[in-house]
Design a protein around this ligand. Structure first.
Ligand SMILES: C[S@@+](CC[C@H](N)C(=O)[O-])C[C@H]1O[C@@H](n2cnc3c(N)ncnc32)[C@H](O)[C@@H]1O
Length: 460
């Protein structure tokens, strides 16, 4: 007699999903026509069926193989979510921490946000961003270096680290600090870090990692103690280009690269809502109204913290991250709308939709500001920690000579003030307010050094 293992909940889930996939595949037209009431009933009775039909509505002409592939991917994700090993919660009691992004994106939003890494010329994009924005962010780099020398923090987290234009990561590592670089675009800071390692010298090249305290092995898995040259290790293999790189560089334990949403998952929650709502709504107006409702009811309550323990960081930086909040998630939503309703229909209704558009953008912005400020406060050590925060305060009007206040500024200041005190003496004031030009745009950027309040203000 053979004994068989009782079916695991995950197996049952996988089987159920694959059956669902076969059903959708066989009755594709019927599911494509499913209206909001049926979609809502799918969502209640069979969330997996609901996810697959949502996806199908956005990819209505996909091949049967692609549909099955997607079904399989959703099944695996659902499995992972059900798995007992899934992260269970943070020290602060938040429902779930973000794990580093898996290598294969699992939603249209992840695909969208991963665009840079997946683009055939992704390296060129990062290279271009570094050379176009390096000067703009030089000031931030200098401020951060100055503050680093003053406070000597041991644990540093840079939120929205992106192409590292503003992050003097080599200074931090040379000083022996542990650094966590966080961006929701997976891989962007790893690549940028690799782009900054190799410098030409009179006679050959030098790798930054060779002279770091603790030995290069901590910083690169392929590091081999240099016997031949003092400037590069014995595994150095040059890739010529702009900038020159080492083909053998492989991420070590430091710096730590973390892919995650620094708004307590609110941007991600907005994107997930947008994907579901656009797939099932009957009209543009319904999309805006439902997404606005989704924001107010659900996204504002998202508490998905980054995978860094509470109070762990002595120093947190957030440079111009907030200024981008509304941009990517709203752009993603707009792209879904164009795909579903077509550019012409959107243009025809633009005027009448404008108030709803503005309301949605403002809501999206506010809920991310609130999430980001709470996340910074959670991360920073309440006794000795500091936060360096920069944001675009004014933007020049494209046709006029004067500037206008950037969206959400009063709300941002009020929210910061609920959680932090403003240290206006650590940096000279002329280093905290400046005009920058990026392409044809002109802005005024303000930087703040913040110290956490012992307790958030009751109003928060
Ligand atoms: C203007 S850049 C800041 C400069 C950046 N350190 C650089 O050198 O390119 C803003 C960065 O924040 C990231 N970002 C925006 N929203 C984010 C979020 N909710 N969570 C994590 N990163 C975010 C963007 O991907 C981008 O890399």
């Amino acid at each position: 007699m053979t004994t068989s293992e009782p079916p695991q909940p995950q197996d049952a889930m996988l089987r159920q999903f694959l059956e669902t996939a076969a059903r959708v595949s066989a009755h594709r037209k019927k599911y494509l026509l499913a209206g909001p009431a049926r979609m809502a009933s799918f969502a209640r009775r069979n969330p997996l069926l609901h996810k697959l039909v949502c996806w199908l509505k956005l990819h209505s002409s996909c091949s049967p193989e692609r549909l099955l592939e997607e079904a399989h991917r959703l099944a695996s994700n659902a499995n992972r979510e059900m798995s007992p090993q899934a992260p269970s919660g943070s020290a602060s009691g938040a429902p779930a921490q973000q794990t580093p992004a898996a290598s294969s994106p699992s939603s249209a939003w992840e695909l969208y946000i991963d665009g840079c890494r997946r683009a055939p010329d992704g390296d060129a994009l990062i290279s271009a961003c570094r050379s176009a924005c390096g000067d703009t962010f030089l000031h931030e780099r200098e401020n951060l270096t100055q503050l680093y020398r003053r406070f000597k923090p041991k644990e540093i987290g840079c939120l929205g680290s992106g192409c590292l234009n503003d992050v003097p990561v080599e200074v931090f590592l040379r000083g022996g600090s542990r650094v966590c670089l966080v961006d929701w675009i997976p891989g962007i800071s790893e690549k940028s870090f690799a782009f900054g390692l190799i410098r030409p010298r009179d006679t050959g090249y030098a790798c930054l990692l060779c002279n770091l305290p603790g030995g290069g092995a901590k910083f690169c898995k392929n590091f081999k103690a240099p016997a031949r040259s003092a400037h590069v290790c014995d595994n150095f293999c040059l890739l010529e280009g702009d900038p020159p790189r080492c083909t053998r560089y492989e991420t070590g334990v430091q710096p730590r690269f973390l892919a995650g949403d620094a708004t307590l998952g609110r941007a991600t929650s907005f994107a997930a809502g947008a994907e579901r709502i656009v797939a099932s709504a009957n009209s543009l107006t319904e999309c805006f109204q439902s997404l606005l409702q989704e924001c107010r009811r659900f996204c504002w309550t998202a508490r998905q913290t980054l995978d860094i323990p509470d109070g762990k960081l002595d120093f947190v930086s957030s440079v111009m991250v907030m200024s981008q909040f509304e941009h990517e998630p709203y752009e993603f939503f707009s792209k879904l709308l164009v795909k579903r309703f077509g550019q012409e229909q959107i243009l025809a209704q633009e005027e009448s939709l404008r108030p709803l558009m503005e309301e949605l953008r403002a809501e999206l912005f506010r809920m991310q500001i609130d999430g980001h400020v709470r996340e910074m406060y959670r991360l920073v050590n309440k006794k000795r920690g500091h936060v360096y925060f920069s944001v675009e305060l004014f933007e020049k009007h494209p046709e006029r000579k004067d500037f206008f206040l950037a969206e959400g500024t009063p709300f941002m200041l009020e929210t910061l003030g609920n959680y932090f005190f403003f240290d206006l003496e650590a940096l000279p004031l002329d280093r905290t307010l400046r005009r920058v030009d990026v392409g044809k745009g002109h802005s005024v950027i303000q930087s703040y050094l913040l110290t956490p309040a012992p307790r958030p203000r009751p109003a928060a």
